[in-house]
Design a binder for this molecule. Structure first.
Ligand code: C5P
Length: 245
């Protein structure tokens, strides 16, 4: 079973929660996303160690959403690469950091860490973005994507709603899609959401799943249901591709 298109977000600040969850999941996730919560409390080293101890074959997606001056971001990524490079596979940076910061990130990650660009968070809606900043979210997202592509990024985070237009402009970029919810489930703070099936049909390359697994009454049954939906969708997309040829 290839679960490489699912990243499970471990948004916890307590070790026992991480351990209980990882112990309960079977099969183990191929990609574990660790971010601000876990890394701020335990540090990157301990967070990575926890993941590897309870799910040794999982790749690590370090979702730090770095955004600082180019020198600071570049050196931070180099430090992560030199210390945890064989364990950390993906790392996020905000494309709002601009061309020089993106270039510094890509150069620092070379050979070990795939840098993923974040444009506008999926918790913003077009409406609240306009109210908060007086800016059109779609226009800004396009500019952020372009600066990312022009400066060497190949992977981006995108809401389900943006997948089609991004793939139309940049067919070779890979898209990581958070804001995944089961049909009818609570959106929590996410605004731009889709079901796993819909996100894959639209062209997502990696789905980020968080609370719909981690906060589920029975995380393992939600996890298995999700895997089933992903596998069914991939099979039907494959069949459609063959039929279209
Ligand atoms: O719990 P939920 O499924 O909403 O979790 C989504 C995860 O994806 C969180 O870890 C969040 O930090 C992350 N994320 C996001 N929107 C982005 C980038 C990352 O929701 N644009």
């Amino acid at each position: 079973m290839n679960l490489d298109c699912i990243a499970l977000a471990l948004d916890f600040s307590a070790e026992d929660k991480v351990i209980d969850l990882l112990k309960s999941l079977n099969p183990k996730p191929s990609i574990l996303k660790i971010g601000l919560e876990l890394c701020s409390v335990f540090g990157i080293e301990r967070a990575v160690e926890l993941c590897k101890a309870h799910s040794p074959n999982s790749k690590i997606f370090l979702d730090l959403k770095l955004h600082d001056i180019p020198n600071t971001v570049g050196k931070t990524i180099l430090g992560i690469k030199n210390n945890f490079g064989t364990d950390v596979n993906y790392l996020t940076v905000h494309t709002l950091g601009g061309a020089e910061m993106i270039k510094a990130s890509v150069e620092a990650g070379v050979g070990k860490i795939t840098i993923i660009g974040v444009s506008v968070l999926t918790s913003h809606s077009a409406e609240n973005f306009r109210n908060d900043f007086g800016i059109d979210l779609g226009t800004l997202s396009k500019k952020l994507l372009k600066v990312g592509v022009d400066n060497g990024l190949k992977w981006f985070v995108s809401s389900p709603q943006e997948i089609i237009s991004i793939k139309a402009s940049y067919p070779s970029v890979k898209l990581v899609t958070p804001g995944i919810r089961k049909e009818g489930a609570s959106l929590q703070d996410q605004k731009r959401v889709a079901t796993p099936r819909r996100a894959l049909e639209l062209g997502a390359d990696m789905l980020v799943l968080g609370r719909s697994i981690t906060q589920a009454e029975n995380p393992n049954s939600s996890w298995i249901e999700l895997i089933q939906e992903v596998e069914d969708t991939k099979r039907s997309l494959e069949t459609k591709k063959i039929a279209d040829c």
